[in-house]
Design a protein around this ligand. Structure first.
Ligand code: NAD
Length: 297
């Protein structure tokens, strides 16, 4: 029987535990604060920041949102970044990607105070992660590691194929998996758009992590019997439904499910974990910067 990995349930448990951590911080007069910065009015980005703000409200994090005009100069955004770096109520923040073309996202990341870098994308935090000394793990790979531990999916000694080499998912995921630590110790293959014979690399894996943004690229014929399949992809595909679209992953769920030992659905798999781990990073940032140790899930 294939296990359907329930990201909604695990994320709910993590959020419940974080509410307790937030209560413990409140006993010391600390309310964690997360700011989101949106430059422009990209509808998908607006949806994402709205969800992040709603998540904050639900668990008792002080959510602060800053909207910046899509025509703003880089300097205007840098001023906001300086204000957030200096604001004692803001323990963590992020600038929603993508940013308009006049703005260099790498330069934006570089200016964020690494101690407030809720996404874990600042070069210092990337370096720490690679060195095996992460301060903030990027939310999606961290959430996937949590799913592995909750479902007793052993990574030690496992062959893991990661499909995608983005800075936010593929690269940090591969790095975490290869580390000599719990949730790591895997033998990792990283595939990308120039990879040849992709199916050969996914078929030999005990765990396949699909993060390429190509709808249903990975099907059952590319999975070995009993493998774990983690689908990170989220693409909006237009349909005749009331909403006008449905969310589709990078895995052909129906055929992959026939072969997989465990598989994440879309939606309800990795997505809610990513959201929960952003809250986790915010609580961690508040705890560390305020010098109030609390238990984290
Ligand atoms: P990206 O879009 O920045 O890059 C895609 C990566 O996939 C690249 O490294 C590219 O080399 C690789 N790729 C593209 N086509 C390929 C192919 N045919 N074969 C093999 N590799 C290929 O990546 P991203 O930002 O990591 O996003 C990937 C997907 O994950 C998107 O659908 C995105 O919406 C989704 N996503 C979901 C979550 C979540 O919480 N579930 C979080 C982040 C991203």
């Amino acid at each position: 029987m294939t296990t359907i990995i329930d990201g909604d349930r695990i994320a709910g448990e993590i959020r419940g535990a974080l509410e307790e951590s937030i209560g413990a911080l409140a006993d010391h007069g600390v309310t964690p604060g997360l700011a989101t910065v949106l430059v422009g009015d990209d509808p998908a980005s607006q949806t994402y920041v709205n969800m992040k703000q709603r998540d904050c409200e639900e668990v008792g994090i002080n959510g602060i949102h800053v909207d910046i005009d899509g025509d703003a100069s880089p300097e205007e955004l840098y001023d906001t970044i300086e204000e957030l770096n200096a604001d004692p109520e803001v323990h963590g923040y992020l600038v929603q990607d993508p940013v308009p073309e006049q703005i260099d996202y790498r330069e934006v990341l570089r200016r964020i105070d690494p101690a407030k870098d809720a996404d874990g994308f600042h070069p210092e935090n990337v370096g720490r992660l690679v060195a095996g000394n992460a301060r903030f793990k990027p939310c999606t790979p961290h959430g996937i590691q949590k799913l592995f531990s909750e479902y007793d999916i052993e990574t030690e000694g496992a062959d893991v194929t990661v499909v995608g080499r983005s800075d936010i998912v593929g690269k940090p995921m591969a790095n975490l998996l290869m580390q000599k630590s719990q949730g790591g110790n895997a033998t990792v293959t990283v595939c990308h758009s120039r990879t040849e014979n992709l199916a050969e690399k996914t078929r030999r894996a005990d765990v396949v992590i699909a993060a390429c943004g190509v709808t249903e690229l990975i099907d059952g014929s590319m999975i070995s019997e009993g493998a774990t399949v983690i689908d990170v992809g989220i693409s909006r595909v237009e349909t005749d439904s009331e909403k006008g679209y449905e969310l589709v992953g990078d895995v052909d769920f129906e055929s992959a499910k026939e072969k997989a030992g465990a598989i994440t659905p879309v939606p309800g798999g990795v997505g809610p974990m990513t959201r929960a781990m952003l809250l986790y990073n915010t609580v961690k940032a508040a705890s560390e910067s305020e010098g109030v140790p609390v238990e984290l899930p």
